[in-house]
Design a protein around this ligand. Sequence first.
Ligand code: PHB
Length: 589
Amino acid sequence: MVPNVTSAPGTAAHGTTAPAEAVTPLMRGISVLRLLTEAGGTAAVSELERASGLARSTVDRITATLARMGYVRLDGRDAVLAPRLMELGNAYLAALRLPALLDAHADALADELDESVSLAVADRDGIRFIHQATRRRAMSLSFRIGDLLPAERTAPGPLFATEWDETDWARWRERRAADPEDHGFPAVPPRSAPYATPDVAPYATPDSVAKEIDDFESRVAAAADQGWALDDQLIEPGLVAVSMPVRQADGRIACVVNVVSHTSRHNADDLRQTLLPRLRTAVATMERKVREVCGAREVRGAHGAHGVHAVPDVGAARSTGLAAWTGASKQELGREFVESLARGLTVITAFGEGRAALTLTEVAEATGLARATARRALITLEHLGYVTAADRTFRLTPRVLALGFPPLSRTTLADIAAPHLRALSGLVHESASLAMLTGDDIQYTARAATTRIMSVNLTVGTRLPAYATALGRVMLADLAEPPLPIPEPEPLTPRTITDPGELRALLDRVRHQGYALVDGELEEGLLSIAVPVRERGGRVVAAVNVAQHSSRRTPEECVRDILPELRATANRIEADLHVAGRFRRVPNS
Ligand code: PHB
């Protein structure tokens, strides 16, 4: 189900009307991305039409444009968010720098405590997660990178609110009055105790809201006093958290570190007594890191009414180049393509590491857009709250993470591979698979089968000996010391190569040529060709193959006809993996 636009995703940040220069297609495109995000990443196009209130033809043009940009996939009647969209959130996270500096420290703290640890930044009167080191537990919900929570129902909220001015407080009170049940926060469960009265539970009442305002104000005062804050089951029963700020050199809060637990393991009291001291030590290390790398420069992720400080970006890195669609002709892009939407979203990718604060000229240069076009896009993005402007420079806000990041940050390598394997299988009319190496075996993690009567019959989860498969050989070839079968195994067919010396020479050849071809060594008549899939750092993390009956092609035909398509598929999987894996480890399945 797609929520209605009552919570106004994609609409104005301040409830004001759009400025005359605002680009309507960009506003509509963003509203569709927000609806898809809040629906969990997938929605029927008809649902998007209903929830957005836009005409069907408009929704079709928007989804066609987003599909052409690689930001959504059209799958029958559904629109599905695609990993490539994460480049928008990545632009914000890279510009912020905090994830690059602190994620590993947060992960180490989670390991040390065996509890979940998260990093959050202020997003107006909410908090937004920029990192999650989650310990998977049955007992409670866990939040995703990009999820937004109301400040007053969290531990970091009172810490951020110590920096609020009158405007911030007024905005917070206004929001509490207008949305007492937190409909504007799709990631949190509906309100229940302690703020609801029993007879109308779970709905908030004027009295309960007034009490909460008092409570929050005293929690903020306590946070200012103590330097830490607690969440004692404010979000849901059982969920507890203790938080401390990481302060930049000027004393202001860059982000907040949270240790999240459950009352079955820690109550609020022993969170403070046992976990807080270790959180304190970790935060001291993080602060040293932030100050050492950033000095007096601004790193804070805060997005409030304070405006944003223009900090010269020393050693500004070059932008990663123009978006793929900008090179295509109008004819190639198709009649449905809405250029002003594509241009507007591309503006977000002009930002990045060393490019946190950009002038209009810099944005125009990085995107190849005319100044007037870039200016109108920036005005639109500012109006919607995705960009702030101060002293002639623009910055991204944490709200950029609301464009797809929460559902996409849970993407696995199997999810990434599946549509690409289906496309490949449809093209070559053979089955295509992705597998990982686990010890001496390979394991199938994603697969697209053909409907041929005589097709290769293997399912996800199947394990096979690595040395006798093409998939296994491309992965073994990447290892410094491939574990070869010792003692020499029984051959699986008369053709199976089992001699360790011969296998080693074979792996050298596979490494050199970049693919492996196995003909009848695993099973008589089975011909398989495989290529590696590499993560950002170049390490082989998986392999993809096409398997067929050897009566259909000779090995030479297989190399000539299948290998180029197989390589193109691996490249597409890698491109998605590199975007999805920039700020988090992508799990296999
Ligand atoms: C979380 O990271 O899941 C989290 C952090 C702070 C809270 C609640 C949950 O107050």
